[in-house]
Design a protein around this ligand. Structure first.
Ligand SMILES: [Zn+2]
Length: 210
């Protein structure tokens, strides 16, 4: 998690002069669960065809209702408990059995719904470098947000920590193999959208490694 270290400590320790610096650590992963994440179990998962093959990271965005943040509707959707009478949009989606491994909320807090060695249902019909069924071999991370509203600083910092942790834990994942839902389902999906700054996770705007 994030630690804010004052200039005094830093300047004594390492001679750094900025007033504040953010130092972020790797997280712990135990039995394929992030120890720093809130855990809410989604039934919407099954076994990977090859549990050793975790080799792609897919970035998404979601908000429920669209454009609204900081509520429990995403948890409800991923647990098949969304109430269709609460919002007209919910009627369209409440019967969709979907999930992601991880959600990073606007304040940076993480919620994990599915263990990383299991197959979450986030990508749908998809293809990466000619290989279809991306759910088989990917980890899906949802950012709470929309394709047009900028993501928060807390989300970018937390995402960077999560990515570093996953890359260290799952060696087939590399920074080259981080992609957007829009890239693996073009024409069908647009997330995480123009609002996502790929450079913040070390990738150029065309998603090559910067
Ligand atoms: Zn998506």
């Amino acid at each position: 998690m994030l630690q804010l270290i004052s200039n005094d400590i830093l300047s004594r320790s390492w001679g750094i002069c900025s007033r504040f610096s953010l130092i972020y650590n790797l997280m712990d992963i135990n039995q394929h669960w992030l120890s720093d994440a809130i855990r809410i179990l989604s039934p919407n998962h099954d076994n990977r065809t090859d549990p050793e093959d975790i080799s792609l990271l897919v970035i998404h965005c979601i908000s429920l209702p669209p454009g609204k943040f900081n509520n429990s509707y995403i948890d409800q959707l991923f647990c098949n408990k969304l109430n269709p009478v609460e919002h007209p949009y919910f009627k369209e989606i409440y019967q969709c059995p979907v999930s992601a491994h991880l959600l990073i909320k606007r304040d940076g807090h993480c919620v994990q719904y599915v263990a990383f060695d299991k197959r979450a249902w986030h990508a749908g019909k998809s293809s990466y470098e000619g290989r279809e069924r991306c759910n088989d071999f990917s980890i899906g991370i949802e950012l709470e947000g929309t394709e047009s509203i900028p993501y928060t600083e807390a989300q970018y910092l937390q995402l960077a920590t999560v990515i570093d942790t996953l890359l260290k834990t799952y060696p087939k994942l590399t920074r080259q193999r981080i992609t957007g839902h829009s890239d693996i389902a073009p024409g069908r999906k647009n997330d995480p959208g123009e609002s996502f700054n790929w450079q913040r996770i070390g990738k150029a705007s065309d998603h090559r490694v910067a």
